[in-house]
Design a protein around this ligand. Structure first.
Ligand SMILES: Nc1ncnc2c1ncn2[C@@H]1O[C@@H]2COP(=O)(O)O[C@H]3[C@@H](O)[C@H](n4cnc5c(N)ncnc54)O[C@@H]3COP(=O)(O)O[C@H]2[C@H]1O
Ligand SMILES: Nc1ncnc2c1ncn2[C@@H]1O[C@@H]2COP(=O)(O)O[C@H]3[C@@H](O)[C@H](n4cnc5c(N)ncnc54)O[C@@H]3COP(=O)(O)O[C@H]2[C@H]1O
Lengths: 141, 141
């Protein structure tokens, strides 16, 4: 990666590939999603369908907001509400071939961005950390 | 900021100043901290003492891990455990005068870094987003 000029680095070179990305399914109860988020430590993870197509993202804040009632946390909602009911779906995605600058722009307002192929199958995620590490290498050369 | 060469940009120029940063106090019950985190939407916020000195950071994951028992979320812990009991305290900090590269390195493994003065008083935070926005401006020049 270091030899390539920064602007020729692609999303594929930066991404965490799909098998290393924690994710949840559309029809999971939000209790399952919250346990995955707490055990992995991640703030948010991708939501995939049964065919491994990208559908959206779900985070701790969305789930906690859903169960926070007027007086207390209503834990009974954890088993009755599904990921599909609360997830965020109009999320910009990248292609493996997208250049560095496209990744940088996408990460301005998102902590990670999903990479999908032409048919919508999930390839992986590009994270802010990966972009910062690449920039740090580049500035030092 | 755009006219200055990137490497002369300082933490002070990038930071969100203290009055705009959501924070909690050492002696707050973790229930109060969780409500601040859910209402603000932030994953983690700084912890200050009564004199406005920086003491550490506390996040949603730390609080959720604390209340997650073997079978269920033990909500009674929310009022009996304090922020001081669970916060992370050995966190690297910056000074207002620190240059861009020092900020970039500190943000490799942290989503934000606190800025404190020589006496430990809290000045603000530098976020990954601020660094990414500055880098994007610089690459386009
Ligand atoms: N287990 C761990 N080991 C080492 N460092 C860790 C870590 N968990 C979190 N971090 C650090 O904290 C940052 C923020 O994590 P967060 O979970 O809020 O936000 C994460 C999370 O929502 C998502 N993410 C990252 N890796 C993931 C994975 N393997 N599977 C699913 N989601 C992932 O992408 C966001 C940005 O990740 P990024 O790496 O830029 O930034 C990460 C990384 O620097
Ligand atoms: N209310 C809001 N409006 C617009 N965008 C929002 C937002 N809340 C979150 N974001 C976006 O999501 C990113 C991650 O937020 P998170 O809460 O995980 O992680 C945040 C949060 O833990 C902390 N943070 C940021 N601003 C803060 C503030 N004013 N007070 C306290 N903590 C703050 O610094 C971390 C990194 O912030 P950063 O700006 O780089 O990155 C933010 C920003 O790009």
């Amino acid at each position: 990666l270091k030899e390539l000029p920064l602007l020729q680095v692609t999303a594929e070179m930066l991404m965490v590939s799909s098998e290393k990305v924690a994710h949840v399914q559309l029809n999971n109860p939000i209790e399952h999603a919250l346990l995955i988020l707490v055990k992995s430590g991640y703030s948010a993870v991708p939501v995939l369908d049964m065919q491994y197509k990208f559908q959206g993202i779900v985070g701790k804040n969305t789930i906690l907001n859903e169960i926070l009632g007027l007086e207390r946390f209503e834990l009974e909602k954890l088993s009755s509400v599904t990921v599909e009911d609360v997830m965020t779906s109009d999320i910009p995605c990248l292609r493996k071939s997208d250049p560095f600058l496209t990744c940088l722009k996408a990460l301005m307002d998102h902590t990670f961005v999903c990479v999908v192929n032409a048919n919508g199958y999930f390839d992986g995620i590009v994270t802010r950390r990966a972009v910062l590490k690449q920039l740090n290498k580049y500035i030092h050369v």
